[in-house]
Write a protein of this length. Structure first.
Length: 289
């Protein structure tokens, strides 16, 4: 069940129109226009961005979570902040039977619809605090390209306060490249299909990177992709080339180089066991197994 300000978010389509996505479409429209959520999004966008850098003396400890990963702080307190998706849809003219019609293509909108519908249909109560997505999180550059206003954020687990944030390359530890690969290959693994990847154990302050496998020919594919120019990498490997951060291409090449050097997944996950990392006294991460 999805709640805003303690009240359930209702859908008139819940009973009659059970077709895939119908409920999600209605809910997204309602949430995008909710005055309280719009005000919360405006306040969030007006908040100065925090720069997160690991290894800096006095830097607070943090846990970095990639797309398709999740980390649970307190299972008894389920507050939801939907942040980051933007209006990335492009207009395409489709012709059929001699007629033409306009079709909107993009990734953020259908993903948002799916997320809110899943939350709405769950027996668990989810308290929605932020809905800074789609038109509530979109700006344009000088060329008219749509961009997200907020691309990353940090949550203070003690207070629940959310702040826009950017992250240095060294702040995405531990095991950044392997985790990126796992997120990529999990889409081919039926045991992970449609699921988020649990990564962090908050009770033990431990990262457990669940094993994943990849085909040996991924090394050949990675080698071929690595021959592309930076502009070609952006156009072929990104769903929103104009919106990518400066380090996007570098991150892609790091993944490919790892696959080239480690074509056998068992070298990374011996005996199909997870990679476990403990936090050290200085705040860095050390591999335990």
């Amino acid at each position: 069940m999805l709640l805003v300000d303690g009240e359930p978010v209702l859908s008139s389509s819940a009973g009659a129109a059970s077709r895939t996505g119908a409920v999600g479409v209605e809910l997204v429209a309602a949430l995008a226009g909710h005055p309280g959520l719009r005000d919360a999004a405006d306040r969030l966008k007006a908040t100065p961005e925090t720069r997160i850098s690991a290894g800096r003396e006095g830097a607070p400890r943090h846990v970095y979570v990639f797309q398709r990963e999740y980390a649970t702080v307190d299972p008894a307190r389920v507050e939801v902040h939907l942040i980051g998706g933007f209006s990335d849809a492009s207009t395409k003219v489709v012709r059929s039977s001699g007629k033409k019609h306009i079709k909107q293509e993009g990734y953020s909108y259908p993903l948002c619809c799916k997320i809110v519908e899943v939350l709405h249909k769950s027996q668990q109560q989810f308290h929605l605090r932020s809905f800074c997505v789609l038109e509530n999180n979109t700006t344009t550059d000088s060329l008219g390209n749509t961009l997200p206003v907020i691309g990353g954020f940090v949550v203070q687990t003690t207070s629940g306060v959310v702040t826009p944030a950017s992250f240095d390359m060294n702040s995405r530890c531990p095991d950044e490249v392997v985790r990126r690969i796992r997120v990529s290959v999990c889409s081919y693994d039926p045991t992970w299909q449609g699921r988020l990847l649990e990564t962090y154990d908050t009770q033990c302050d431990v990262f457990r990177i669940a094993p994943a496998c990849w085909m040996p020919n991924w090394a050949d594919i990675a080698s071929s992709l690595n021959q592309l120019s930076d502009s070609e990498v952006l156009m072929q490997c990104s769903t929103s080339p104009a919106a990518e951060p400066p380090h996007f291409v570098e991150n892609e090449r790091r993944i490919w180089k790892y696959l080239i050097n480690n074509p056998d997944w068992e070298e990374t996950f011996p005996k199909y066991k997870p990679r476990v990392f403990h936090r050290t006294s200085d705040g860095s991460w050390s591999r335990y197994s």
